[in-house]
Design a protein around this ligand. Structure first.
Ligand SMILES: [Fe+2]
Ligand SMILES: [Fe+2]
Length: 279
């Protein structure tokens, strides 16, 4: 079984001397002798944090983009400048235009910048819509089936600036890996729904227990009913350890911490999470 180490490179909060925070997400995953960069943040702090955390991307051969939003793909071009032509895995819809509707009805662009889109199009880009296993044993879900009736994409997302065509964010995908303790799941924003994602991963792993979940759960605008049903599902899934961060939202993270005492931790920039080791 695999062991792994995950270093938080970019997150909304900072937890070590000299590292910086931004609204975004990037993890360095080490498993099976491989290093994988999962998301790249907005691009303002990635390089700085790598240096402060004594980490480099020179030996990273694989990049995963959980979806096309700016806070996960903004650092792609900067990351690639530190790497040697890595394989980049993402859903093809990651490069589609993406907008968020503001409270006043106006829209803001929240997709991949032209710079990063160009970098992706000229890279070793592997388009993933189905589950796939990468070197090192890490697996990707591809598009996650939307089954739970109480889960939606988590916000007003559109494919056009006029907010005419809703964006289902079909590019959203998660990573997962089996360890001696159970499956470890790494989420980007979980726009497909955290429960949909975890249940799908269980269906892909012979219903093995999910031990650890790390990443954004996109519950910051969730209704009370959605939060309640999400907590119920997490209890049924018997998830042992959770690191809700980024877009999970303060209220939802607080509820998780209160309802799963001793099992929930924050993971600001600089946090290192190990899994699958005998300890
Ligand atoms: Fe997102
Ligand atoms: Fe996000």
């Amino acid at each position: 079984m695999n062991t792994l180490k995950i270093t938080i490179l970019v997150e909304n909060t900072a937890g070590k001397l000299g590292v910086l925070a931004e609204h975004g997400l990037s993890f360095l995953i080490e498993t099976g002798g491989e290093k994988i960069l999962f998301d790249t943040g907005q691009g303002f702090v990635l390089k700085h944090n790598l240096k402060r955390l004594f980490q480099g991307l020179e030996n990273v051969k694989t990049v995963v983009l959980s979806h096309g939003h700016y806070d996960h793909t903004g650092g792609l071009s900067a990351a690639l400048s530190m790497m040697n032509n890595p394989a980049i895995y993402s859903h093809p819809a990651a490069i589609q235009p993406k907008f968020g509707r503001n409270a006043d009805g106006s829209a803001r662009f929240i997709g991949m910048s032209e710079l990063n889109k160009d970098a992706l199009l000229h890279s070793n880009w592997i388009r993933t819509t189905q589950p796939i296993e990468l070197s090192g044993g890490l697996r990707l879900t591809g598009t996650v089936p939307r089954i739970a009736s109480f889960e939606d994409t988590g916000g007003p997302f559109y494919r056009d600036a006029a907010c005419t065509y809703p964006d289902p964010i079909e590019d959203d995908q998660a990573a997962f890996i089996g360890t001696g303790h159970g499956t470890v799941v790494i989420l980007g924003c979980a726009h497909a729904g955290v429960v949909n994602t975890l249940r799908y991963i269980q269906s892909l792993t012979d219903n093995r227990p999910i031990h650890t979940v790390i990443g954004g759960m996109h519950l910051h605008s969730a209704s009370e009913e959605r939060i309640h049903r999400t907590l119920t599902a997490l209890r049924e899934l018997n998830v042992r350890r959770m690191f809700p961060c980024h877009c999970t939202g303060f209220a939802a993270a607080a509820r998780l911490a209160s309802e799963f005492p001793g099992q929930v931790s924050a993971c600001p920039v600089g946090t290192m999470i190990s899994a699958g080791e005998d300890s």
